[in-house]
Design a protein around this ligand. Sequence first.
Ligand SMILES: [Zn+2]
Length: 166
Amino acid sequence: MNISKIFLNNSGVPRFKSSISFDYNTFIKLFMESLETIEEELTILAKTIKNDFNHYYDTNPFRVSNIYGQEFTFAIYGKDLFLWDHSGSTAIGNVFLDADLKIRREQLNKLIRLAENFTNDIIECGLCDKEINYQTSRKHRYFAGIYCNSCWESKIKAIEAKEDYN
Ligand SMILES: [Zn+2]
């Protein structure tokens, strides 16, 4: 049996995704370095993996694991750093990375704390940042955001309803 037949389809394209996963300490170190080159360096790393494995479409391969070993997806655009759950479908948090390294360190610690909270079913409301229970609030979803009952009832529900008519 040729095991590569399981990994690759008839066109030689992988049936698997590959990801680049950092532990949270390395993740923090990465973004404490110069922000001028980090986006480009990560892009080169992603392209290398894509080419090595002959992946034919672009998916975000970047993951960071929290203290529990749960993985999250992240991406940087300029100095905006975004964190989602593993599938990329639920927003966990985002920060505009500060030039002041002391502030930036706090921002990165905050993202890691949000990732830890998510393992314990706690997420921040996408509008007011209040901590809410993910399992009971996940029905209040608009794109990748999860909203508290109050923000959902007073603002988001109407926005979502409008889109449903289209
Ligand atoms: Zn809210």
